[in-house]
Design a protein around this ligand. Structure first.
Ligand SMILES: [Zn+2]
Length: 200
């Protein structure tokens, strides 16, 4: 066999392998990501209501489902130490690593989350890396008398928050276009992902 013919056969067999990978990827039921949700408590009450969590997951399913992603969320086992209700520093965010369940997607829900780069600001969520793992943190600002909703957000209406942070988890950066899930700019229309974002 000439080297050229051998190279041609190699390319052909690689294409067959790729085609079979694509065929299996096109099957309808994607394997869901197992998600453990860790919710901080204030006086024994979760900082996120069931309705708040349900609206976040509705948004995740409607926006990430068409991209072929499925999720199987459930509550994490009750921790021995309480999850901090308010995260002020990088070290606070790092500490959550101790609560993370191995080999699943961990989502932490807290009352308040300070911006560690601009400490005068509060944030709604972050995708955080610590000690070789990464996880998502979202804040609700829903505790009566607790930390108020940051002025730049409408916290109770922010149903795309978890979807945005999961976008970061899966490698998406910010997008400047209004109402894109990965944008900070909101014009009040339905949230959307672009086709290139969906195919990532
Ligand atoms: Zn972001």
């Amino acid at each position: 066999m000439t080297p050229r013919l051998r190279a041609g056969l190699f390319v052909l067999s690689a294409q067959v392998v790729l085609a079979s990978v694509e065929a299996s990827a096109a099957e309808p039921a994607p394997k869901p990501f197992v998600v453990k949700v860790h919710t901080a408590l204030v006086s024994g009450t979760p900082v996120a209501s069931e309705a708040w969590l349900a609206s976040q997951w509705d948004s995740v399913r409607s926006l990430l489902g068409p991209a072929g992603l499925a999720f199987e969320p459930s509550l994490a086992p009750a921790p021995k130490q309480p999850i901090p209700r308010s995260l002020e520093t990088r070290a606070d965010r790092d500490l959550l690593r101790a609560f993370a369940v191995p080999k699943v997607l961990n989502v932490f829900v807290v009352e308040a989350l300070r911006d560690v780069d601009e400490p005068e600001r509060q944030r709604m969520g972050v995708h955080w890396r610590a000690g070789g793992i990464h996880y998502v943190i979202v804040a609700t600002y829903a505790v009566p008398g607790g930390a108020p909703c940051p002025p730049q957000y409408r916290c109770s209406e922010h149903s795309g928050l978890l979807t945005h942070e999961l976008g970061h988890f899966f490698g998406l950066g910010h997008d400047p276009r209004a109402d894109n899930v990965m944008s900070y700019s909101r014009a009040g229309r339905a949230l959307w992902f672009s086709e290139p974002q969906k195919s990532r």
